[in-house]
Ligand binder design. Structure first.
Ligand SMILES: *Cc1c(COP(=O)(O)O)cnc(C)c1O
Length: 385
């Protein structure tokens, strides 16, 4: 019944984890879920209020524009100017997305012919690879290794693969490794993309979620980046708005136009009322973001302190709400996550869920309170590892 593209999908590991979690819950265990990368705090009030006002206005009830409300795209451009000094033309260099997942999934359709290659990091957000394959392309894996600070090594890409590469996905601050990239790396990316004629998609979903005074540089702030790529910014993690489905793409106008062409033939744009709430999020005080980061920072420190006492030493991540921890000796990532779930009632995501090169790691999401994280650490300390 199903197409080859569906039949060739890898078994969905997260469904297996969900089943195992449900089975443990059914036994009456109080499960602590550090698995999901979904903020536990509500969307800030001023954004919710703005949505309530907008949805009462019947003008928001019709089909939205394919490319997004100009007022939202202008707010996005202004926010990029304010937060990272980018100069963008809202009309040609911005595009509203129905979440960055939608953007990532549709982008290969604009640039990949059957047989073309997209360079995809591993471990990574799974949609880069699957979106490429859905478009008939091939994903060439760029391993993210600890010894390279979880940055891809472009010299390791075989010449014949490079010749067919049209697209590259990057994501820093990174999910799942929590690694960051500096401007020097982004300069190398620009050079590499120029030399090999590759379109760069920088997925910047964790752009604002940073700690200890660190600020994540924008790929587009590097000289020449506007010639080769775009960045995706999402309101999901930044403003606790995962359910609202709102993000935007900014950067090279030809790349933006290509994605717009795909979208105008597939979807009908983001709900105007959601975009109006998005304007409020982007143009109001950013104190709510700083407040959330404080909360995540405290949770991060709580978890790291606990892991350290268990002999798992992780360098404090400067960004994202993830802790990417090596699993103890004698375990693989599935085995250790199974142990955590079945013996301690803790859900964490096995590294292999993000690709082959995630083996040997487990990802904790800082999406539960300090009290719950302390409880999780307490339970872990009783495990015989
Ligand atoms: C969460 C996440 C997304 C999805 O963001 P949405 O805007 O909610 O679709 C995209 N990329 C990465 C790396 C993520 O972790």
């Amino acid at each position: 019944m199903y197409s080859d593209r569906i039949n060739s999908l890898p078994p969905y590991l997260f469904a297996t984890i969900d089943e195992a979690k449900a089975a443990v819950k059914a036994k009456g265990v109080d499960v602590i879920d550090l698995g999901v990368g979904d903020p536990d705090q509500p969307t800030p009030d001023h954004i919710v209020e703005s949505m309530c006002d907008a949805v009462r206005n019947p003008e928001t009830h019709t089909y939205p524009s394919y490319t997004g409300m100009m007022s939202f795209r202008k707010a996005a451009a202004d926010w990029c100017k304010e937060t990272r000094g980018l100069d963008l033309d809202p009309a040609s260099e911005t595009l509203t997305l129905i979440g960055s997942k939608e953007g990532v999934a549709h982008i290969p359709l604009a640039f990949i012919n059957p047989g073309d290659i997209a360079l995809c990091p591993d471990p990574a957000y799974p949609v880069y690879k699957i979106g490429t394959e859905f478009a008939g392309g091939e994903a060439h894996i760029m391993p993210l290794l600890a010894e390279n600070d979880f940055l891809p090594d472009f010299d390791a890409i075989p010449k014949d693969k490079l010749a067919k590469a049209k697209l590259m996905f990057l994501n820093y601050p990174n999910n799942p490794t929590a690694a960051t990239a500096d401007k020097k790396f982004f300069e190398e990316v620009v050079q590499f993309a120029r030399d090999n004629d590759i379109v760069v998609i920088h997925d910047n979903a964790y752009s604002e979620m940073t700690y200890d005074g660190y600020k994540a540089p924008s790929f587009l702030s590097v000289d020449g980046a506007m010639d080769v790529g775009i960045e995706l910014y999402s309101l999901s993690k930044t403003y606790n708005m995962t359910g609202w489905r709102l993000a935007f793409a900014v950067g090279n106008k030809d790349i933006i136009a290509g994605i717009g062409k795909v979208k105008s033939n597939i979807d009908s744009g983001a709900f105007d009322a959601v975009q109006m709430a998005g304007i409020t999020a982007l143009s109001s005080s950013q104190q709510c973001v700083a407040d959330m980061n404080k909360i995540y920072e405290e949770r991060r420190d709580t978890l790291l302190k606990g892991l350290k006492e268990l002999g798992i030493d992780v360098k404090p991540p400067k960004a994202t709400f993830y802790v990417w921890a090596p699993v103890p000796e004698g375990y693989d990532s599935m085995g250790f996550s199974k142990l955590l779930l079945e013996e301690a009632g803790i859900v964490a995501t096995p590294g292999v869920g993000f690709g082959t090169y995630g083996e040997g790691y487990i990802r904790f999401a800082l999406t539960r309170s300090v009290e719950r994280i302390n409880e999780a650490v307490e339970r872990m300390s009783k495990l015989k590892i």
